[in-house]
Ligand binder design. Structure first.
Ligand SMILES: Cc1cc2nc3c(=O)[nH]c(=O)nc-3n(C[C@H](O)[C@H](O)[C@H](O)COP(=O)(O)O)c2cc1C
Length: 415
């Protein structure tokens, strides 16, 4: 099936880059209907946009023909995705305020589809408190913000955040979103229900690195793929997502706030700083122990015996959140990675950590879970155990977030 997007081009100096975006999207067999704001028509012409998109270009809210044939409601609903690039400071402000006094803003207010925006403006405009406030509002509304990149501006001698993300980055993000929609079809789930709009989801992911000295550390084989997929699925469903990740070398999901940490202690602090949340998912493989003492200098190899490693227990992050007396997220989900007695151990964990769900997975050698692309999970709650078939980590993430959205709709708001 061919996908279709509506691309709203705002009146910024970077508007010309969208011609390249349209060309690349067409190469990927994605149909593009373009709305040009009045200001955008000062930067690119309807003629060039129309020639590249192979469609007529939409400019006017009050075009009677359009309202009879294809008005703003149809434009916004017949697309799989609405993209704004460049999103000017002015357009962002109007979106945050819920304006609908031209075709672009009317489409954006009327749409029931996911919205991606790629801001581009002068760094001073981007860092102005008004713009920051408006961008925060859009994130809360479930809108995905792509960029801006940091770099040189059109204005001479100005460098900073404000450059439109590159056409290939924008096209990749659009394809990613459209592909996620396809994924949901494989699990029978519709991620575009936006069931998590207005919710804050905190996800931990990846391994932790516990230093032994300035150059060595204790780690594990976690890749972070499962946690990243969960963060991505939650963002797709409209949540504001904070992803707290240990060291990982996989591409970051779009549209989530990423906090990079190294040690269990840092992850614990970052999680508590990120609260309150509606849902907290602890998918990270946190080290149970750390070195009791970390010397300032590298431990030297001597002719004597190898050094003895004295370990102390790390703080239990899942338990510290599950047992919070105030500000406990209404839905706390832990992961149990076990190599023996999987279900027995996972059920114990549900109780001892006061979690609402435990996702149990077998990480024994040959299971292909740690570092792999697939997972076979059991979801344990006080009501019982659900065993899912082996599936991709993306599908696991979607199933889990769908379940979380159902549970959260019945739970209390965070304190
Ligand atoms: C030469 C020129 C370049 C501009 N570039 C930008 C820009 O990169 N980002 C931005 O937010 N506004 C920029 N503006 C200001 C917008 O064009 C102006 O705020 C306009 O009202 C935006 O309308 P629109 O958001 O409906 O397209 C620029 C204006 C001029 C004259």
């Amino acid at each position: 099936m061919r996908h279709r997007i509506v691309l709203i081009i705002g009146g910024g100096i970077a508007a010309y880059k969208c011609l390249e975006v349209i060309r690349r999207l067409k190469e990927h067999s994605i149909d593009v209907r373009v709305v040009l704001t009045k200001a955008a028509q000062e930067f690119v012409t309807c003629l060039s946009v129309s020639a590249l998109s192979n469609e007529r270009v939409f400019t006017d809210l009050f075009d009677l023909n359009d309202e009879r044939e294809i008005g703003h409601i149809r434009l916004s609903r017949e697309a799989d995705l609405v993209v704004v690039a460049p999103a000017t400071a002015d357009l962002i402000a109007k979106m945050a305020g819920g304006h609908a006094n031209d075709l672009a803003t009317a489409v954006l207010l009327a749409t029931d589809k996911p919205v991606l925006i790629a801001p581009a403006m002068n760094p001073k405009m981007w860092s102005h408190p008004a713009t920051l406030r408006n961008v925060a509002t859009l994130k809360q509304d479930g809108i995905t913000i792509l960029g801006p990149n940091v770099g040189e501006m059109a204005e001479r001698d100005e460098i900073g955040p404000g450059r439109l993300i590159e056409p290939e980055q924008l096209v990749a993000a659009i394809r990613d979103h459209l592909a996620a929609k396809k994924h949901s079809r494989t699990t029978g789930l519709d991620l575009n229900t936006r069931a998590l709009v207005g919710k804050h989801v905190v996800v931990t992911s990846g391994p932790t690195h516990e230093p032994l000295d300035p150059v060595r550390y204790l780690a594990n084989r976690s890749s972070g793929k499962q946690g990243y997929a969960i963060a991505h699925a939650a963002a797709q469903m409209g949540a504001k997502v904070t992803l707290i990740t240990g060291p990982a070398s996989i591409p970051a999901p779009q549209g989530v706030t990423i906090i990079a940490v190294e040690t269990a202690e840092q992850m614990h602090d970052a999680v508590h700083d990120a609260l309150p949340a509606d849902i907290a998912v602890f998918a990270a493989a946190v080290a149970d122990w750390r070195a009791a003492k970390v010397p300032r200098d590298k431990i030297k190899k001597t002719s004597k015996k190898p050094p003895t490693l004295k370990l102390v227990e790390n703080i239990d992050i899942l338990k510290s959140v599950g047992t919070l007396k105030s500000g406990r997220p209404p839905l706390v989900i832990g992961f149990a990675a076990e190599t023996t007695s999987l279900l027995t151990n996972a059920k114990k964990k549900l109780k001892s950590k006061n979690a609402d769900l435990i996702v149990a997975n077998n990480v024994s050698e040959g299971s292909d879970v740690l570092g792999g692309d697939h997972n076979k999970i059991h979801i344990i709650s006080r009501a019982g155990t659900d065993t899912l078939a082996k599936m991709s980590k993306t599908d696991v993430a979607e199933q889990l977030m769908e379940r979380a959205a159902n549970l959260i709709s019945k739970a209390k708001a965070p304190a």
